[in-house]
Design a protein around this ligand. Structure first.
Ligand code: AHM
Ligand code: MG
Length: 341
């Protein structure tokens, strides 16, 4: 018999790997007696697709899937090849999981009927957000929102199924393909974030019950749009400068949001001359992050209304977005509400 190693070595050798995404989802399953495991399966499908997209991304420079695909998406923006890859991977994973009857994607003009009429859920997603950053190796993300369908189970889903306000989301989250691969989600019971351990192929709980600061020190917006912003917004941004806050803007919403969530801060994408309704999409960008922000103690508004209360009229509808630490968003609204003069 071999001698037993000293206890401290043994502890190191068999240290707990932590809680895997799968185990965490199973443990939290009892929060959804009505869901019978379908919602959990969707979250697992998202995790699987994220790993596959991450793998494609890691070798994109080698196998030639960086750069434009030569098509334009429904928003008239150039589709990058990885956008297309991510869209296919997520749509396939969610379709094969059989718990989703319809998908709305930034990359598809119309609702995708997954051919699962018995399924109770709808997913709205931006499969690869921050796509202009793909071919320069800057972090990008996937954003997703999950809703219960409105139409009766067994029938084909309709666009009305997805035109629900953000407050009706049953879950939302994002994947951040950054210096590590991170999956963050909420089902309305707090925000939890998982980091991918590639040596064992699992997401491990790394940021349990995330709460954002009431006030942070970071402000994030595209300075090139400054002169297009309303007077109140410009006054608040000047206030941020006067306070000597730190300016940080990646240009990938997921990355900017994740940093501000962890460190405390505020992100702006107001209406501009080029995008009079704002640039970001309500159903698969703003709502998902607004749900997460609120669950983490933050706030999200379009400048006049809580994001989660906006009733959408179009699946690709845009919205201005101001999101982040609750105290900073409240300060911004005070500046924005002041009469012009
Ligand atoms: P995309 O979904 O086509 O990638 O566009 C959304 C992105 C966000 O990730 C980011 O916050 C914003 O557009 C950046 O826009 P801009 O380059 O105008 O500052
Ligand atoms: Mg995109």
């Amino acid at each position: 018999m071999k001698p037993t190693p000293p206890q401290k070595d043994l502890n190191r050798l068999v240290a707990s790997i932590g809680t895997t995404l799968d185990r965490f989802i199973t443990q939290r399953q009892q929060e959804f007696p009505y869901a019978k495991g379908e919602l959990s399966q969707i979250l697992r499908d998202v995790g699987l697709a994220a790993k596959i997209v991450h793998k494609a991304m890691m070798s994109s420079g080698l196998i030639g899937i960086e750069g434009p695909a030569g098509e334009r998406n429904v928003q008239g923006e150039d589709q990058q090849k990885l956008d297309v890859v991510a869209n296919v991977r997520f749509v396939r994973a969610l379709t094969r999981g059989q718990e989703v009857c319809a998908i709305i994607s930034e990359e598809n003009e119309h609702l995708i009927d997954t051919g699962n009429p018995q399924a109770k859920y709808i997913v709205a997603m931006d499969p690869l957000d921050g796509s202009s950053n793909i071919d320069v190796n800057v972090p990008v993300g996937t954003i997703f929102s999950i809703y219960r369908r409105q139409s009766p189970v067994g029938q084909p889903p309709t666009p009305a199924d997805v035109l629900q306000k953000g407050a009706d989301q049953v879950a939302s989250g994002y994947v951040l393909y950054g210096s590590s691969l991170i999956l963050t989600y909420t089902t309305g019971y707090g925000v939890n974030s998982f980091t991918y351990d590639h040596t064992i192929g699992e997401f491990i709980l790394s940021h349990p019950n995330l709460k954002t600061k009431e006030h942070g020190q970071i402000f994030s917006y595209n300075e090139g749009n400054y002169h297009d912003f309303g007077q109140g917004t410009r006054a608040y941004l000047q206030h941020c400068r006067d306070q000597r806050y730190t300016a940080r803007y990646v240009g990938s919403l997921v990355a900017d949001f994740h940093r501000n969530l962890l460190k405390g801060g505020i992100f702006f994408y107001p209406a501009t001359a080029k995008s009079p309704q704002g640039k970001l999409r309500l159903l698969y960008e703003c709502n998902a992050l607004a749900f997460l922000a609120e669950q983490a103690g933050g706030q999200a508004t379009n400048g006049h209304q809580r994001i989660l209360e906006i009733v959408p009229t179009h699946i690709h509808q845009r919205s201005p977005l101001i999101i982040g630490s609750a105290g900073m968003v409240a300060d911004a609204l005070r500046f924005i509400d002041q009469p012009e003069g």
